[in-house]
Design a protein around this ligand. Structure first.
Ligand code: ADE
Ligand code: ZN
Length: 334
């Protein structure tokens, strides 16, 4: 039997939790800094990479926002997303739902149009080049206020058909989902899907708030939900997908090490867990590396990949096609 890494490499996968700004590799950061005349406090790629050691989510976010300052022009956003999609396609990611953080750019004076045009062009080119499907999810930064999120949604409306949903990310501590109840209601009223980061560093109650107040269809991370057995029962019963990111959780010290990661327990408990990369340039791996990290057995690997397609927001026909591809792959490798 081929080894687990080869099996994972060929496995058709869906990625549902990837921040496009978190796919900015040090090489591209330095190249864009030079191209755009942006001064960085790092003299080399090696120096920048050496800074990728984090003690918490906030510690990481400080560098993440610093890195994205090199993104100024439409072509920069195109190059960023193109690099991610090329890598994802090479790992047999068949469907990708990609987060972007407009406020991280518009607050620096980059027009919404510049960013979305570059991302959109990259997505359409990759769909043609690789035969994959893609979508964008607009995330609100939760450390900013609700008014800023509302303005961001206003600004995005001319491109309403370019994104399928809204999400909530950035610093979780002391930033409850309740802050964003109205803007999420408005987004859902526009027919947008809703997801939110919850239970990464924040308490199980934030997962509950995301479900009850923001009415999200998926929870991003959700690891800390395990501290609350009643909440776990609810997530199982309502089949709420959790987009889990194992390498991110290790790098941001949500768990002490990969052996302590509760993904296997999540599957055993009947939770609909999926595997994702979060910020692959910063956390040491894309989809394959995240699938490989926890040393799952074949049945677990296939279940995780199946959950990814089941939890995706693509249409039913596309979903069925990917699930058939996955079934055929699993059977052919028995
Ligand atoms: N933005 C980018 N990565 C994030 C993460 N892991 N949690 C919250 N916000 C983020
Ligand atoms: Zn995330």
């Amino acid at each position: 039997m081929e080894d687990a890494d080869a099996f994972i490499a060929g496995l058709p996968k869906a990625e549902l939790h990837i921040h496009i700004e978190g796919s900015l590799e040090p090489e591209l950061t330095m190249a864009l800094a030079a191209r755009n005349g942006v001064a960085l406090r790092f003299a080399s790629i090696a120096e920048l990479r050496a800074a990728y050691s984090f003690s918490s989510l906030q510690d990481f976010l400080d560098l993440y926002y610093e890195g994205m300052r090199v993104l100024l022009h439409e072509q920069d956003f195109y190059d960023l997303a193109t690099a991610y999609l090329k890598k994802a396609a090479s790992q047999n990611v068949r469907h990708a739902e990609i987060f972007f953080d407009p406020q991280g750019h518009t607050d620096r004076g980059v027009p919404f149009k510049t960013m979305i045009d570059g991302l959109w062009r990259a997505l359409k080119d990759a769909e043609r080049a690789y035969g994959m499907t893609t979508a964008l999810i607009l995330c609100f930064l939760r450390h900013l206020d609700e008014a800023s999120a509302q303005r961001t949604l206003d600004e995005a409306l001319p491109w309403r058909d370019h994104f399928i949903g809204v999400g909530l990310d950035s610093s979780e501590k002391d930033q409850p989902p309740s802050k964003f109840e109205r803007v999420f209601a408005r987004a859902r009223g526009l027919g947008l899907k809703a997801v939110a980061h919850a239970g990464e560093e924040g308490p199980p109650d934030y997962v509950r708030q995301a479900l009850d107040l923001l009415k999200v269809e998926r929870i991003d991370h959700g690891v800390r939900a395990l501290e609350d057995p009643a909440l776990v029962r609810r997530l199982v019963h309502e089949r709420i997908p959790l987009t889990v990111c194992p390498l991110s959780n290790v790098r941001l010290r949500v768990v002490p090490d990969i052996a302590a990661h509760p993904l296997r327990r999540m599957l055993r408990d009947g939770l609909m867990a999926t595997i994702n990369s979060d910020d692959p340039a910063y956390f040491g791996g894309y989809m394959n590396e995240n699938f490989s990290a926890a040393r799952f057995d074949r049945d677990e690997i296939v279940t995780l990949a199946r959950n990814g397609f089941l939890a995706a927001f693509c249409d039913d026909g596309t979903k069925r096609r990917y699930l058939s591809e996955l079934d055929a792959y699993g059977l052919s490798r028995r």
